[in-house]
Structures are given as structure tokens and as C-alpha cells.
Design a protein around this ligand. Structure first.
Ligand SMILES: [Zn+2]
Length: 107
């Protein structure tokens, strides 16, 4: 077992499993609110390993805000921190963010 750190926490890593997480579907609401679209359909390309995954497939950890990690290499793709008045979205771990145009269509 090795460990990784996101600066605030150190997680034990066994295979691809890092602590307890929820899948992106479970965390879609807060990210959708911040983006103004259905976040679960957005495709994030990892800046570290170039793996592309739908947000719904990422692993989301609830710690210092919500942290979405690449399911392939566990690098941080996105962070979301909410204050009473704002949502702070950090996407620096994603090389690209692909938004299906239908994601913005009102249902
Ligand atoms: Zn990755």
C-alpha cells in the first residue's frame, strides 16, 4: 500500500481504491449547480494520464470541498468548494472539459 496526498489529506492507496468515495452521479447536483448544466454528462480529460471519463464515472471525495478524482490514476480532476454566497470550481486537473451541447438543453 502506498499513499497519496492532496495537500490536506493523505490517503492510503490499494490498487485503484482510495478511501471511501461516491461516484460522480452521487455528486452531480452540486457540480451541476455550479456549472449551470448537467455535470454528470461532462467529459473530463485527465491532465496527468490523458484518460477521458464522464464526470459520472469519476470518484468524488467529500473532504475540503468535493474532490473529483480520475478513475484511472486518481489524480484530482476537479474541486468544488461552496461558501454561503459562491461556488468555487477548480478544474486545473483536467486537460479539457467536453460539454455535450445537449447538456445545456432544458429538459
Ligand atoms: Zn488520470
Amino acid at each position: 500500500m502506498s499513499t497519496i496526498s492532496d495537500g490536506d489529506h493523505i490517503y492510503g492507496v490499494k490498487g485503484n481504491h482510495v478511501g471511501d468515495y461516491i461516484d460522480g452521479n452521487g455528486a452531480g447536483g452540486p457540480f451541476s449547480e455550479a456549472l449551470g448544466i448537467d455535470a454528470t454528462t461532462v467529459v473530463l480529460t485527465c491532465a496527468q494520464c490523458a484518460h477521458a471519463s464522464r464526470f459520472a464515472e469519476t470518484r468524488v471525495y467529500d473532504g475540503a470541498g468535493l474532490v473529483s478524482r480520475c478513475p484511472e490514476c486518481m489524480s484530482i480532476l476537479a474541486r468544488l468548494v461552496r461558501t454561503p454566497t459562491d461556488a468555487w470550481l477548480d478544474l486545473r486537473g483536467a486537460r479539457s472539459v467536453r460539454v455535450p451541447l445537449s447538456a445545456g438543453t432544458p429538459q
